[in-house]
Design a protein around this ligand. Structure first.
Ligand code: PEP
Ligand code: MG
Length: 763
């Protein structure tokens, strides 16, 4: 695996230019004077006729300094984003290198600048963190394309310039800033996204990829920086080696490729060479990492191929690790340092990256990407912290240290909030505290409906961190233990002993309450950090879960072995995910039989009681319930997947995921059908997935015949409140006529809401 990067020859160091920039930085000039000096310096050292700086102003760009264009155009020439060549660079955050600029279709003639006589054009965006502050342009009369070395140099200068401009503005508290230009956001803003994990949090913004400060950018002593970079790469490699040195022998082919992918990057010559070249050009080790990372980021955003995007994300992660090593952090021991009450802002985060942070300080997360059922989301729910995602462009509007109010219920974050926003928010925090007190008072009450139906409220879990919640919310057990989480957050494939230990801990924490393990549900969006993902066009309906388990039987057998050891002499319950046909379940049972035989041979005491179930997550299986019930001890409906397949709406695709309502009569009818068939066969049935954790949905499920509801931890309190106030029979009667196939309604939410209001059910 090669990092896609252009080959660039070892270039003449731009050390002299950087040295002069450092001198410029040390001077006590105003921002305008500094920019004027900057452009002169660039024009002379790059031997070009024009060097200009355009900065973002309002919704457009403004010429703020130039050497070579008419001075009278400074602060007069303005461009809309996307207008002209400069506007195009800004809008796309991509450089433009042209030999004949006036011929480009985007060339916009601005007579006040005298620009038309210059043929060659090189414009680079002024990127800082996720933000694009403007454009740095050089132009020449002679028609030629700028060399890769010149492009390199200008990118480096742009990076430093962006940082200096922002630091100048901040240091002067805004007094020295350029008139009408604001590089750092100061106004209150509301950032909107999708509410992926609920809860309210107050804190200060922390950028997951903090920018390297300008004063840290130019090397005092390049030799020292080369050594620092060499040492840091060495340490990085060691830590990556440690990550991948797990047990591989018993896991055969699947694991062989898996372990190598991350390591390949750390040892990739192109990447390392690019870092060394950047240091060689006069940058500090930190700035070199930032510089190379910026390049990859630009490429990552362009990449359409999800496989490549995932790889480049790994590279960003490695760059972050390198920066942390350079800052003297010990990656293997400490949690990543965070300010108190931190709200982390990032483009995207994997589960391992979240768990790297000190959980006592991490109060919430905001992502530009992310998905409702992505593992990062599930981890946040587990940690009980709010997460909003799909907040496109928000990194443009946030600075580390900004005050933030994060509303994981509505999917909004208030940045630099107004007094009114703060007061409203505090009120809601107070109300929530009162509500959770009310839930607490119900904790030891059984969840029984008013007409006497006992409902089991179970927890969806997967990590050690989830287990204490069993008691704090008073759950009746674990209805879904997602065993793949352990695999997803591990730095290498968990060994047998580690799997056994986790399963035992879950059962011990649960005591006499049942725990239902689900065998590995990998694939789809659940990708192992140490695995080489297999690119697929439709991963949700691709090679995942039981399909991998049956095609790679040793992987599934290894897990069954761990379950049998953990369940030795006790009550063991587990189920297979994503089964679409009865025969798949039977094949999995054959593998189980082999493992049981092996365990017996080794003298391992069998479980005192063993129940093996199936997850009903595919519409096909809903039409095989009668056949399935003959073979299973229980059925668990995975409503997340079942509904995405039923409505053909990818649960990870924000464009379509919320097109159907969870109370759609067709969906409810399907669920009613499944419950009815299971009841007929006296097969116990549970429903898990996000649906069961919402009070309105939960009472409908109860009315359809479900008596075991498994849900995220935050659902238990509100669902119990609703169940305690429910007359199940009455709701069943209300729903019955609404579930007929002749209905053309696309949601029963309205009717259920009215029912709740009339019957005093809190929702
Ligand atoms: C489901 O599909 O409803 C389910 C519980 O499994 P997961 O969300 O882990 O796919
Ligand atoms: Mg599922």
């Amino acid at each position: 695996m090669k990092i896609p990067s252009p080959r660039i020859s070892r270039h003449d160091p731009s050390a002299l230019l950087l040295k002069r920039i450092r001198e410029l930085m040390a001077s006590e000039e105003g921002v305008q004077e500094r920019l004027d000096h900057f452009v002169k310096l660039i024009a002379s050292s790059m031997r070009v006729n024009v060097a200009s700086i355009y900065l973002r102003s309002g919704n457009g760009l403004e010429l703020c300094a130039t050497k070579g264009l008419k001075q009278s155009a400074v602060h007069k020439t303005k461009l809309a984003l996307g207008e002209g060549l400069v506007g195009r660079v800004a809008a796309r955050a991509r450089l433009l290198n042209l030999a004949n600029a006036p011929r480009h279709p985007n060339f916009a003639y601005k007579p006040e600048t005298g620009e038309e006589k210059f043929q060659s054009f090189l414009g680079v965006p002024l990127l800082r963190g996720g933000r694009n502050l403007g454009v740095l342009v050089v132009q020449s009369k002679k028609s030629r394309r700028f060399t890769e070395i010149e492009v390199e140099n200008l990118l480096t200068v742009a990076m430093i310039l962006a940082e200096i401009a922002v630091e100048d503005e901040r240091a002067s508290g805004g007094t020295k800033r350029l008139k009408g230009i604001r590089l750092t956001p100061t106004k209150p803003e509301t950032i909107s996204g999708k509410p992926f994990a609920g809860g309210l949090a107050k804190g200060q913004a922390y950028l997951h990829s903090p920018p390297v400060l300008a004063k840290q950018m130019i090397a005092q002593n390049p030799k020292v920086e080369e050594e620092r970079m060499g040492d840091a790469i060495g340490t990085l490699r060691k830590s990556v080696d440690a990550m991948v040195s797990g047990e591989t022998a018993t896991l055969d082919r699947a694991s062989k490729d898996i372990f190598e992918s991350y390591r390949l990057f750390a040892y990739d010559r192109t990447w390392v060479e690019r870092l060394r070249e950047a240091v060689h050009s006069g940058l500090t080790a930190e700035a070199a990492v930032e510089r190379v990372r910026n390049e990859h980021r630009a490429r990552m955003l362009k990449a359409r191929d999800p496989y490549l995007r995932a790889r480049l994300h790994d590279l960003e992660d490695l760059a972050n690790r390198l920066l942390r090593i350079l800052a003297g952090e010990n990656l293997d021991k400490t949690h990543r340092a965070l300010p108190e009450q931190a709200i982390v802002f990032a483009r995207n985060l994997g589960p391992a990256e979240i768990l790297d942070y000190d959980p006592s300080r991490l109060k919430g997360i905001v992502l530009e990407e992310g998905a409702a059922t992505a593992h990062a989301t599930i981890i946040c729910r587990t940690l009980g912290i709010p997460l909003i995602g799909q907040s496109v462009g928000m990194l443009d509007r946030i600075e580390s240290g900004d005050e933030v109010l994060l509303d994981g219920e509505m999917g909004e974050a208030y940045i630099r909030p107004t007094q009114t926003q703060s007061a409203d928010f505090n009120l809601r925090v107070g109300l929530r505290a009162a509500l959770s007190k009310a839930f607490e008072s119900q904790r030891s009450l059984p969840a029984k409906t008013k007409d006497g139906q006992k409902i089991s409220l179970l927890l969806n879990a997967g990590l050690l961190a989830d287990l204490p919640a069993l008691d704090t919310v008073g759950a009746d057990g674990i209805g879904l233990f997602r065993t793949e989480f352990q695999f997803m957050i591990a730095r290498s494939m968990p060994r047998l002993g580690e799997q056994v230990e986790l399963y035992k801990k879950a059962m011990t924490a649960s005591g006499t309450r049942p725990v239902t393990f689900r065998t590995l549900d990998l694939g789809g969006d659940k990708i192992l950090p140490y695995a080489d993902p297999v690119p697929e066009d439709n991963p949700a309906i691709g090679w995942r879960a039981i399909r991998i388990g049956l095609d790679r039987p040793s992987l599934l057998r290894y897990q069954l072995r761990a379950l049998l050891i953990a369940g030795s002499g006790v009550h063991l319950r587990f189920m297979f995910p994503m089964v679409a046909s009865v025969s798949e379940f039977l094949q999995a049972k054959t593998l189980l039989a082999k493992e049981m035989k092996r365990a017996k041979k080794l003298g391992i005491t069998p479980p005192e009681k063993m129940e093996v179930g199936v997850m009903l997550e595919t519409p096909a299986l809903a039409w095989q319930v009668d056949a399935m019930c003959k073979h299973v001890d229980f059925v668990s409906v995975g409503a997340n997947d079942l509904m995405q397949f039923f409505f053909a709406a990818d649960r990870d695709n924000p464009r379509v995921a919320s097109r159907y309502d969870r109370l759609h009569p067709a969906g409810l009818s399907l669920l009613a059908h499944i419950a009815k068939r299971c009841k007929l066969h006296k097969t116990p049935i549970t429903i898990c997935g996000e649906m069961a954790g919402h009070p309105m949905e939960a009472i409908c499920l109860t009315a359809l015949g479900y008596r075991n509801l498994s849900m995220p931890v935050t659902g238990i309190g509100p669902v119990k409140s609703a169940i305690l106030a429910l007359d199940c029979e009455k709701l069943a009667k209300t729903l019955k006529p609404l579930l007929v196939s002749t209905t053309d309604s696309d949601s029963l939410r309205e009717q259920v809401m009215v029912f709740c209001q009339k019957n005093g059910i809190p929702i």
